[in-house]
Design a protein around this ligand. Sequence first.
Ligand SMILES: Cc1cc2nc3c(=O)[nH]c(=O)nc-3n(C[C@H](O)[C@H](O)[C@H](O)COP(=O)(O)OP(=O)(O)OC[C@H]3O[C@@H](n4cnc5c(N)ncnc54)[C@H](O)[C@@H]3O)c2cc1C
Length: 397
Amino acid sequence: MREWVEQKLIPHVSEWEQTASIPDGVYKEAATAGVLMPVASGASIIPEWRGKYPVIGNVNPAEWDGFHDLILHDEFGRVGGVGVENGLLGGTTLCTPALQAHGTDKIKNVVIDEILSGRARVALAVTEPNAGSDVQGLETEAQMSSDGQFFIVNGQKKWITGGMYATYFMTLVRDPSGGFTLLIIKRSEGLTTRHIVMSGSNAAGTAFVDLDDVQVPLDMVVGERGKGLQYVMANFNHERLFIGMQSLRCARVCLEDSIDYAINREVFGRKLVEQPVIRFKIANMSRQTEALQAWLETLIFQLEHLQPQERIFLLAGTTAQLKAHSGIVLENVVREAVQILGGIGLTRGGRGERVERIWRDVKAITVPGGSEEVMLDLSARRALKVHEGMKAMKSHL
Ligand SMILES: Cc1cc2nc3c(=O)[nH]c(=O)nc-3n(C[C@H](O)[C@H](O)[C@H](O)COP(=O)(O)OP(=O)(O)OC[C@H]3O[C@@H](n4cnc5c(N)ncnc54)[C@H](O)[C@@H]3O)c2cc1C
């Protein structure tokens, strides 16, 4: 994985960030190299995909676990920043599990195959101009056509990562018959995308998506009507976990580049690292990064060893808390890295390039995927629920 990142990504990151585009060929290469299917799988590879798609490093698909997943996202982070990973693979990891778990035969046999073989990219389209953290406020609506053959979708989706590259949009819509329904919408007449220029992550292909009388065949409905939100939420825990993995590697990159600079740069007749205040900063960056790694690995281990229902009940809150914490750690660490690097930490390109990019990207860790405030609140509410659950269990013993 490291070799693939070093050869195929790192030499081009700066250019892709500048041009706000990652060529389709790179996605295809990710499929051939065995990155795509594992990234879509998370902590285990389902039997249906074993042997059908390659696995990076020739890992036996039956043995793929949460630590392989960690290595994958961790190695990706060496590029410095999250724009390239999110633009290239974000949609694949966020959407494919729900498509596989609940999709029709057409979705499983055609759409997923196009995605995992690198022929089409997918993006998750939930957020709207008037509904972000509070998903209940979604306004995009799907009406059944008069002949009952397809849905007609109207609305807008905002900040859709990878939307500029996507052929498919896994879209959550309000269903007139009640609740929210999940549709997989192919880029077609009536669906248009515009690039949103963000403060960082230019290569992520973040898009505003307009849906104007878009026709969606009924075999592109994912699972049962009215249950779409439930399907999307089922993958939130993995999304939060992998954002934690991204934060961790970005923090290590900051540490690595800061140490490298501090041991080489001379100021006032001696190396920067000989200044106690700089060593103090490095020590603080290091203790926060190491603690994050230890917590993340503990959580992955726990997730590996619990049954699915226990995982959600016991660890959804912890996962949300770790996601929030990882962003806070990275904010601290990148701040100190910029201080140590001085001007080059604020200059695009050159020695400070990775730190400068992470400095711009860090809020793309703390806001999406469940903002820091919402995640911390959720973690406390979940902890109270677990407490109540444990009390109830004890009273039955
Ligand atoms: C870089 C980036 C990539 C994204 N990618 C995608 C994507 O691929 N697909 C997609 O569907 N969406 C995506 N989003 C949207 C993202 O999920 C939303 O930005 C996020 O849910 C927050 O919604 P909002 O921005 O509308 O903020 P709001 O919901 O308006 O919230 C504003 C602020 O209020 C705080 N807040 C909200 N509720 C509470 C509360 N109950 N208690 C305390 N504080 C609260 C939040 O922390 C937030 O900081 C992306 C966003 C960004 C910035």
